[in-house]
Design a protein around this ligand. Structure first.
Ligand SMILES: Cc1cc2nc3c(=O)[nH]c(=O)nc-3n(C[C@H](O)[C@H](O)[C@H](O)COP(=O)(O)OP(=O)(O)OC[C@H]3O[C@@H](n4cnc5c(N)ncnc54)[C@H](O)[C@@H]3O)c2cc1C
Length: 462
């Protein structure tokens, strides 16, 4: 075979489209079941051929004016019915920890979630959308039988939606000990007063239940025992949705991020989750796998941005300075760097998922934090290159890129800002201080001994 035949063959084989299962990184492949591989291929087809095209219809069907918050796009129900029929439902609940899910591991779900991150509709269509996923985990893990029957069952069926209310407008909420909404016991009820914001999903007319964190024992000497989590049905007397917040100008209807006030809201004590004073425990448990769900989807968003960039730089109708953009040197470097950064970030995410699968989220805190911090930053860099390659079109509504950037930018703040995770990671890594100093000292002494024994003078400190 001549050299040019050989390179042609190589190019042809590298261009052959691979299935999603064939694209699983080799270090994870052995841990993925055949059933999960089949489902993964199905997820890819469902997303690329049904959900991505349906996104346009979804956005066109979002209501105008007040209807943005009192209706939702009908296409989502069609997609949900279709996903259920295909068996693509509740894949997020990992088999090692829950009996209610579809029987996949975090790793297997991570691979699927990547595809779902490529569009608006896929996660909701498969009942794998935040914040319901984290809320279902809370109810499955900590709810009692009555709470599960009333709220978990309809959530698992996709009949209702939910919101998680922790962050407050008046305190620095990245430190959850600051949370102030008061929960005062009165007979068989709790009375709630305070306000919450960034309550994602609370704008949706299908959102029927709020999982609310507040302070039930503000004088407890243990600051981690002051908080509790209680279930508050949406529409309870005294609860007011004041407004919905925008994200870089997007209102995210019908989902919405609400600012909600609580004025003497009376909730039965039986709505308390796990028990008074257990709130911290619950939020810690909730935010583990949920944090990497966002990271998993962000890998898909970055892949989508790269697709859009490649499409633009090869567009023969738009040639600056007489050449395709792809023929300008810097652009190929952007493509190469994006590929490299996405592939590296994917390994970080899958590693975190595998670590949770091995035991639990608590033993994977470092790996979860690595994915939580690193992946959105990577995705933002890739999206930004794609935006740049589109020029003016990149920042307006004519591509999905501007909206994707806005969505992913929030992940550096939501579920705890980068700095909080980095501080914790830095603290833990720095615990090796004494050990590292001792090791380097020992090695230095060993080197000096070798020099003495060999009768040789030291030349450098290397
Ligand atoms: C789109 C979106 C959706 C959200 N959804 C929800 C939801 O559904 N439910 C909910 O309860 N909350 C939600 N949040 C809120 C989110 O979790 C909080 O915004 C986040 O925890 C930060 O809290 P804060 O806004 O009060 O910022 P603050 O606590 O006031 O922090 C401000 C900034 O201070 C810096 N900082 C904080 N701590 C440190 C530190 N230790 N070292 C150095 N710098 C530090 C960080 O840069 C941080 O961004 C959402 C937020 C967004 C943007």
């Amino acid at each position: 075979m001549s050299k040019s035949d050989f390179s042609q063959n190589l190019l042809a084989s590298s261009r052959k489209p691979q299935t999603a299962a064939e694209k699983i990184p080799i270090i994870a492949r052995g841990a993925v079941s055949d059933r999960a591989k089949e489902t993964l291929n199905l997820v890819e087809k469902f997303v690329e051929e049904e959900c991505v095209p349906a996104d346009v219809l979804f956005h066109a069907q979002v209501g105008e004016g007040e209807k943005r918050w009192s209706t939702y796009p009908p296409v989502i129900d069609e997609l949900k019915a279709r996903a259920k029929k295909l068996g693509l439902w509740n894949m997020f609940l990992p088999k090692n920890h829950f009996k209610e899910g579809a029987g996949f591991s975090n790793l297997e779900y991570g691979l699927m979630a990547e595809y779902m991150g490529k569009c608006r509709t896929a996660s909701e269509a498969t009942n794998c959308a935040a914040p319901d996923t984290g809320n279902m985990e809370v109810l499955a893990k900590y709810g009692n039988e009555a709470q599960k029957k009333q709220w978990l069952t309809p959530l698992l069926n996709g009949d209702i939606r939910s919101a998680f209310l922790m962050t407050e407008p008046d305190v620095a909420s990245s430190d959850a000990t600051n949370i102030t909404l008061s929960m005062t016991k009165q007979g068989n009820d709790y009375i709630l007063n305070g306000s919450k914001w960034w309550s994602s999903g609370a704008g949706d007319p299908r959102c029927k239940i709020y999982i609310v964190m507040g302070k039930s024992d503000p004088n407890n000497s243990n600051v981690y025992k002051q908080q509790s989590v209680i279930l508050v049905p949406a529409g309870t007397k005294g609860v007011t949705v004041k407004r919905v917040l925008s994200v870089y100008g997007y209102d995210d209807a019908p989902h919405g991020h609400a600012h909600i006030t609580f004025e003497n809201v009376r909730v039965p004590a039986s709505n308390m989750v796990l028990g008074e004073g257990r709130g911290f425990e619950i939020i810690q448990g909730r935010l583990g796998p949920g944090r990497i769900h966002h990271a998993m989807r962000s890998i898909g968003a970055a892949e989508k941005a790269l697709d859009w960039m490649i499409a633009r730089v090869n567009d023969p109708t738009k040639k600056p300075f007489g050449k395709l953009l792809a023929e300008h040197g810097v652009i190929l470097e952007w493509i190469a760097k994006s590929r490299l950064e996405i592939d590296a970030a994917r390994l970080i995410v899958l590693n975190a998922a595998m670590k949770i699968d091995e035991k639990d989220a608590k033993s994977a805190l470092k790996e979860i934090a690595e994915a939580k911090v690193m992946v959105p930053q990577m995705a933002l860099t890739v999206i930004d290159r794609a935006v740049q390659s589109y020029g003016g079109a990149g920042v307006c509504q004519d591509t999905p890129l501007a909206n994707m950037w806005a969505q992913i930018r929030t992940l550096r703040i939501a579920d705890g800002p980068d700095e909080v995770h980095l501080q914790q990671m830095g603290k833990n890594e720095n615990k090796r201080g004494a050990e590292v100093r001792e090791k380097l000292d020992r090695q230095k002494q060993m080197g000096e001994r070798l020099l003495r024994e060999s009768g040789v003078q030291q030349k450098s400190k290397l």
